[in-house]
Write a protein that binds this ligand. Structure first.
Ligand SMILES: CC(C)(COP(=O)(O)OP(=O)(O)OC[C@H]1O[C@@H](n2cnc3c(N)ncnc32)[C@H](O)[C@@H]1OP(=O)(O)O)[C@@H](O)C(=O)NCCC(=O)NCCS
Length: 181
């Protein structure tokens, strides 16, 4: 494995990114990828990269309503031209993200899971926040059923704030953590 490095999304990784989607990599754990969405990305990879680099200012929330999308930086973990995983850093919280979502989200493609990548990606993303954002601490949220992500957060210094009913999944619970920068 080459030394860990997060990079900005780029066309050179898009063939592998689409492969990852077909393999089961999900950009959003609350919303499964559809074959139509994957086909649209595969058909216009340049447009997808442009959108990753300049995210829109609105977002369709899990309940279907339209919300404010705060400024966000997408960073990818790659190896050669292979896409392995992604981290999204929200530059600030709003009321929706404070209730659920937090500053940082990440995902690793299924074939690359279990190698410590997410732990390293979050550590690097925290470094990116220190260098680029005027924040003292960042919030992360995780479903209590997601043992792997809970470990990733705790290994990176996460301090539990509280456990709350999951705002988007009835019957589930979530944990909110702070990590000091
Ligand atoms: C959560 C996720 C990012 C973890 O990625 P990963 O690269 O496999 O994580 P790591 O290899 O860094 O492992 C982190 C820890 O989780 C543990 N772990 C990994 N997979 C696990 C599993 N299926 N069950 C229990 N523990 C698991 C590892 O053993 C490790 O803990 P350890 O150091 O105590 O041994 C990945 O499973 C994923 O992309 N899931 C879907 C998206 C998601 O849930 N994102 C987070 C939303 S909060």
């Amino acid at each position: 494995m080459s030394p860990s490095a997060l990079v900005r999304p780029d066309l050179r990784y898009m063939a592998s990114f689409v492969e990852a989607l077909r393999e089961g990599y999900q950009r959003d754990s609350l919303r499964p990828e559809t074959p139509e969405a994957i086909a649209a990305i595969a058909a216009e990879p340049e447009a997808f990269v442009r959108q990753q680099l300049n995210p829109p200012t609105t977002i369709v929330l899990p309940d279907g309503s339209l919300g404010e999308r705060v400024p966000e930086t997408h960073l990818w973990r790659v190896e050669g031209d292979a896409f392995l995983g992604s981290v999204g850093v929200r530059h600030r919280l709003n009321a929706v993200l404070e209730a659920w979502g937090g500053h940082i989200g990440y995902a690793v493609r299924p074939s690359a899971q279990g190698r410590g990548l997410a732990t390293g990606m979050l550590a690097e993303a925290l470094g990116w926040c220190r260098a680029n954002l005027p924040l003292d601490r960042v919030m992360l949220t995780v479903n209590t059923k997601n043992i792997a992500s809970t470990r990733v957060i705790e290994k990176n210094g996460g301090v539990l704030l509280d456990t709350i009913p999951h705002p988007w999944i009835e019957g589930d619970f979530g944990r909110r953590y702070w990590i000091d920068l």
